[in-house]
Structure formats: structure tokens, C-alpha cells
Design a protein around this ligand. Structure first.
Ligand SMILES: [Zn+2]
Length: 332
């Protein structure tokens, strides 16, 4: 009897960690969707190339999450703990990485997340890849860039209270960016007009981060208010998945929260699609508008294929060594 109870407890504990740690940002679904939709915003000169490779751009939208624990320096590219810098974070944080390093030191910046600067780096790298007409690099960097942009538009990626752990709201991260889109995104209007050239990408990127951060108050507040109105039995539901009991937010609680947020998840998802398309387009213009159709016939070399396979295998092996209870959003 005791053993049975213990095993139920362990499996509950395990599923708890599984639920609250394995959910990636925006959910894999969200990241893929954002990259895919951004392709349709590109001008005809770019669209042929991107559409031919839309499956790659879509599937690889989640690569940066897959290598978060495997590659040193990766984890901090997905967030920024703005509250660490106080109320005037946007006034004191420099727009550009080199100035930020001079002011705060690189180690300290990395500790608290670097997403606004890293998106600039990726934009620059994409421009260079376009300039040198390197098909493989263009696709890889464009897919990555869409991922970081999507993360930067999630309010909980802009705070040290990234999973509600400081306010008794543990689990809110995956709730907002995975559970809500899973339930409601079918009704979102994510079709946005043509990509716009960004004269000052750094400013545009920071504006997006500021916008996401401004939405953080309601993300936390509404969940707290609703929790007071719902009993724990009403707030959560339990489902069996692969013989494991998984706890998730109930449909009723999710619906009430989604309504309280009044379109916020949809707005942030649209913002991610918009900025991804804009930065892809801006990189292409800044690279001198290379003729991408010339790259369509460029075959992937055997060496490239081998390298990609080895990379994927390497991540997998390293991931197995990671503590299973490590939170998805380790930010220190
Ligand atoms: Zn991420």
C-alpha cells in the first residue's frame, strides 16, 4: 500500500516536472507557426526562395530551444530580466551590445539575458549570409532569428519572475505561451500585410521588448485574481498521457484567463510574425537585395548533410545528461 502510494506520488511529481519544465517557449507549435506566417509577408523577390524552403524554416524554428542546455551561451539569448535593472531599465540599458558591455560587463549582461541584443546580432549575421549568398546560412539564421523574435515578444521572457515562481504562480509561463495558444490560436488572425523595412532595427527590437514587458502586469495580475475565484479542483484538470497523470490548467480557467487578457496573446503573436518578417526583409535590403532565386538550385553538399546530422545527434546526447528537473527557463 505504502509502495503504491509512493509510486503514485513519484509519478505525480514526475509529471509535474514534466509539465512545468518540458514545455518550450511559445510551445513548439507557436514557434513553427510564427516562422511559417512570416514567410508570407515577404516581397515576391524573396518569397520564391523562402516558400521553397518553408518547411525548413518552419521545422527549424525550434532549434534554439533544442540546444538551450547543450550549447554554452545559448540559454541567455532567449530572455532578458528587465526588472533586475530597476524601473528605468529602458533608460539605462544601451541599445547596442558593445555599449552595454562597456557599461555593465559581459558576464553580468549574460546572466540576466541578452535577447534584445542577440536579435540584432542575428539580423547582422543574416545580412552577411545574404550578402555572401550562402543558402545554408541564410536558412539557418533566418529560422533562428524568428525564434528569438518570438521569445522577445513574450512578456514572461522579460522578467526574473519568468515562471511566476516569485509570486506563487508557478507554471504560468507554459500556461501563457503554450496552453493558451494551443486552445485558442485557431481563432487568431495572424495574417499581416507586407514586411516593412526597418531603418533602425535596434530601436524596433527594443520597442517590441518594451511592449512585451508592459503587458507583464496583466499577465500576472489576472491569473492571481482568477485563482482567488476558482477552487484548485476548478483551476486544474488531470489527464492521462502515456500512463502518466498530467496536470494542466482546466479549460474553464484557461478560457476565463484568455478573456481577461483581451486578445493579448494574439497581439503578441502578431507582433512576433510582424517583426520576424520585417527583420528578414531588412537584412535582404541591407545586403543589397541579392537575387535569391539563384540559390534555389544550390544543392546541400554531402558535408553539410553530415554536419547537420552530427549536430542533431550531439544535442540529443548532451540533452540526456541534463537534469530532468532543470527548469526550462533557468535564469539564475
Ligand atoms: Zn526560446
Amino acid at each position: 500500500m505504502i509502495i503504491k502510494k509512493l509510486s503514485i506520488f513519484i509519478s505525480l511529481l514526475f509529471s509535474f516536472f514534466l509539465f512545468f519544465s518540458a514545455n518550450p517557449h511559445w510551445g513548439f507549435w507557436g514557434h513553427r507557426r510564427i516562422n511559417r506566417l512570416a514567410v508570407y509577408r515577404l516581397p515576391p523577390e524573396m518569397q520564391l526562395f523562402f516558400k521553397k524552403n518553408i518547411d525548413y524554416i518552419t521545422e527549424n524554428a525550434v532549434n534554439p530551444d533544442r540546444r538551450r542546455y547543450a550549447v554554452v551561451g545559448e540559454a541567455e539569448r532567449h530572455f532578458i530580466d528587465l526588472d533586475v535593472y530597476g524601473d528605468s531599465a529602458f533608460q539605462i540599458l544601451p541599445l547596442y551590445w558593445n555599449l552595454a558591455c562597456e557599461k555593465f560587463g559581459e558576464d553580468s549582461l549574460r546572466k540576466h539575458g541578452i535577447v534584445p541584443w542577440y536579435i540584432q546580432t542575428a539580423t547582422f549575421q543574416l545580412t552577411e549570409a545574404m550578402r555572401s549568398k550562402n543558402k545554408k546560412a541564410i536558412l539557418r539564421i533566418a529560422a533562428d532569428l524568428g525564434h528569438y523574435v518570438a521569445d522577445a515578444n513574450v512578456p514572461l521572457h522579460t522578467t526574473k519572475n519568468y515562471n511566476g515562481q516569485l509570486t506563487g504562480q508557478l507554471g504560468i509561463h507554459a500556461f501563457w505561451e503554450s496552453r493558451l495558444p494551443e486552445l485558442f490560436a485557431d481563432d487568431y488572425d495572424l495574417w499581416i500585410g507586407r514586411a516593412q523595412y526597418q531603418e533602425q532595427p535596434a530601436k524596433t527590437i527594443w520597442k517590441a521588448v518594451a511592449h512585451a514587458h508592459a503587458a507583464l502586469d496583466s499577465v500576472l495580475l489576472f491569473e492571481k485574481q482568477l485563482t482567488e475565484k476558482f477552487s484548485p479542483e476548478q483551476k486544474y484538470s488531470y489527464t492521462q498521457r502515456n500512463n502518466i497523470l498530467v496536470r494542466s490548467y482546466s479549460t474553464e480557467f484557461s478560457t476565463a484567463y484568455h478573456q481577461a487578457l483581451a486578445g493579448q496573446v494574439e497581439r503578441q503573436m502578431r507582433a512576433a510574425v510582424r517583426l520576424t518578417g520585417d527583420l528578414w526583409y531588412t537584412s535582404w535590403v541591407n545586403a543589397g537585395q541579392p537575387d535569391l532565386s539563384l540559390l534555389l538550385s544550390q544543392e546541400e553538399s554531402e558535408e553539410d548533410k553530415k554536419q547537420a546530422a552530427a549536430e542533431a545527434q550531439g544535442w540529443f546526447r548532451r540533452l540526456l545528461k541534463v537534469r530532468t528537473e532543470a527548469d526550462d527557463e533557468t535564469t539564475d
